[in-house]
Design a protein around this ligand. Structure first.
Ligand code: ADP
Length: 165
């Protein structure tokens, strides 16, 4: 098992400043971090997986020990393939806990040797989610405080209603 490696999975539809904060903090705690876009069939994506990965690559380029990837199967399979021992997730509010608890327990059942670690969201980003970005951006609103500067224009252009603004 590669001890200093953690896998940070998510939809990243799109990556937000909250995700980026977590990635930056993880990059200091681990020798290497893989941020992986998982295709979740129960969540209809807004951005394509390619778009999400490209945005993540742009955002993560400032951390030399962070890599970006995609996977279309089960998280535990991916973690095993990478020989990682840790899955990283973020917790914003109490409402995140029940879903995260269930997922961590199911993953532990399937891969008992894999640990899920949680980092608390930074208080200034705890209200930020990809769905808020999609909602505000979908109305042509200003999303520049919610997504990293490197991708803000791209996200704005992609989400804003055509023919407006
Ligand atoms: P998923 O669909 O797997 O929940 P998301 O892209 O929504 O994927 O989130 C990926 C992970 O990042 C989750 O653990 C989520 O709790 C965490 N996360 C999302 N937004 C924030 C934020 N603002 N601050 C810290 N962690 C966050």
């Amino acid at each position: 098992m590669r001890k200093g490696l953690c896998v940070y999975p998510g939809s990243f539809d799109p990556v937000t400043v909250g995700h980026a904060d977590l990635i930056g903090r993880a990059s200091k705690l681990f020798d290497s971090v893989i941020v992986v876009v998982l295709h979740n069939p129960s969540k209809r994506g807004c951005f394509t997986v390619e778009e999400r990965v490209n945005m993540l690559m742009e955002v993560c380029s400032r951390w030399p020990n962070v890599k970006t990837d995609r996977y279309d199967g089960l998280l535990v399979e991916y973690v095993k393939k990478q020989d990682a021992g840790v899955v990283l997730r973020g917790l914003r509010a109490m409402t995140d806990i029940s879903g995260e608890y269930q997922m961590a327990q199911v993953n532990r059942h399937m891969a008992p040797e894999t640990e899920t670690l949680f980092l608390m969201a930074a208080v200034q980003y705890a209200h930020i989610s990809s769905s808020i970005v999609r909602e505000v951006g979908g109305f042509g609103g200003d999303i520049s405080a919610f997504v990293p500067a490197a991708i803000a224009q791209q996200v704005y252009e992609r989400l804003r209603p055509r023919g407006r603004l």
